[in-house]
Design a protein around this ligand. Structure first.
Ligand code: MG
Length: 161
């Protein structure tokens, strides 16, 4: 029987005028974006950490330190691909991804399809195994006040047999 491992990921980034808003590798039209050393793709970072976590391979900051000039402005989908490669080398295959983006605005529902397709293509999964949910923070706390965005992710890995 296959063995299954669950991994949890969480991330947040500060909102700022200037940078692009990139979620799951998709650029969302918006008057503000997210600040970070890489492209600040908060959703992709959470999923990357969930994959690393399920395989007990550390965290995103260990593999891609924000002090490393190689990752300045980096496309975070390459972090995701690298985490999946590491999990595969450790003997795992990705089963599914579930995730939530918590952001007050803009409304994201029109971008769900594009985000799921981009993540699924990057992960080599059918789209029906990649879930992306959107919530606001009901105008409460730093996310609700429009100061930051958060993302959470859970993944399941199975041993290859
Ligand atoms: Mg991050």
């Amino acid at each position: 029987m296959n063995e299954f491992r669950t991994g949890l990921g969480w991330d947040n980034h500060r909102i700022a005028a200037g940078p692009a808003l990139i979620l799951g590798g998709v650029t969302i039209p918006s008057e503000f974006g997210l600040e970070g050393h890489s492209d600040a793709d908060v959703l992709t970072h959470a999923i990357t950490d969930a994959i690393l976590g399920a395989a007990a391979l550390g965290d995103i900051g260990m593999h891609f330190p924000d002090s490393d000039p190689r990752w300045k402005g980096a496309d975070s989908l390459q972090f995701l691909k690298h985490a999946l490669d590491l999990a595969r080398q450790a003997g795992f295959e990705l089963v599914n991804v579930d995730s939530t983006v918590i952001l007050e605005r803009p409304r994201l529902k029109d971008y769900r399809g594009a985000i799921r397709e981009t993540l699924a293509a990057t992960l080599g999964l059918p789209v029906d195994r990649v879930s992306v949910k959107f919530k606001t923070a009901e105008r409460v706390g730093p996310v609700g006040e429009g100061k930051s965005a958060e993302a959470q992710a859970v993944v399941t890995l199975a041993t290859r047999r």
